[in-house]
Design a protein around this ligand. Sequence first.
Ligand SMILES: Nc1ncnc2c1ncn2[C@@H]1O[C@H](COP(=O)(O)OP(=O)(O)OP(=O)(O)O)[C@@H](O)[C@H]1O
Length: 251
Amino acid sequence: MNTISNNTDFLLSIENLSVSFDGFKAVNDLNLYVDENEIHVIIGPNGAGKTTVLDLICGRTKATAGSIKFRQKELTQLREHEIVLEGVGRKFQNPSIYEDLTVFENLELSFPRGRSVFGALTFKRDAEVTTRVREIAEMVFLDTLLDMQAALLSHGQKQWLEIGMLLIQDPELLMLDEPVAGMSVSERKQTAKLLNEITKGRSVMVVEHDMKFVEDIAHRVTVLHQGKILSEGSMAKVQADPKVIDVYLGH
Ligand SMILES: Nc1ncnc2c1ncn2[C@@H]1O[C@H](COP(=O)(O)OP(=O)(O)OP(=O)(O)O)[C@@H](O)[C@H]1O
C-alpha cells in the first residue's frame, strides 16, 4: 500500500523517507511534519540520523525512498541550489563565513541581489542592501561590529553571522545543525532569543544536544533513534517518556 498522503497543511511534510548507506538504514521510513512558524527540534543519541535528515531535506544526500514536500513541491528530485531557491536555508555545524571580509561584507555578499565575488567592480551598494544588512546585523547582535573583520569575531559571533547570512536570503525554512555548540551560557541565551524572534514568518528546524537550549526554543520535539521516531511532542512530553530516558536523556 502506498502510505504517502497528500498532506497540505504543513510547510514541510516528510513521508516514508529512507536512506541506506551500504545497506545500513540511517533513516528508516520516517514521517515528520513541520508547521508554519514552528521551531521543531530533533534530538537523539549520536548516530540516530538527525544530521542525515537535514542532509536529505537540503538535497546534500539523496533519499533511497519516500517524499519530502515543501509547500506542495517535491524536493527529493531537486538539486541543492534549487532547494535553496525554493526557500530552504541550511547552516552546518562549522560556520562557513568569509574570514577576511568584514561583517558588513559577509552579509552584503549573501544578499540575494548583492555583489558576487567576481562582480565586485560592477556592484553599486544601494540603500536597500545597506538597510537590510543593518537590520539583519542588529537581529544577530552584530550591529556595532559591521566593520570588523570576521576572523576577529568570537566563535559565537561567527555562528550568528552565518545565521544572519542565511536570514538575509529570507528562507521560509531555516535548518540549523547544533547552533549553540561551543557557545558560552550567555551566547546560548541570546541565540534562543534570536531563534524565537526569527520564527515570525518562517519555520526553523534545529538539531541540538543541549537540553536547556532545546527547552528554551522548541515548540515541538522529535526524538530519533536508529533512523526512526522514538517519541514526539512537547519538550515536557518527550522528557517524561520512559523510552527517551532509556535511550538518550538518562545517559
Ligand atoms: N554519507 C554517509 N555515508 C555512510 N554513512 C553515513 C553517511 N552519513 C551518515 N552516515 C551514518 O548514518 C548514521 C547517522 O548519522 P548522522 O550523522 O545522521 O547521526 P546524528 O544523529 O546526526 O549523530 P550526531 O548526534 O553524532 O551528530 C551514522 O551511523 C553515520 O555513520
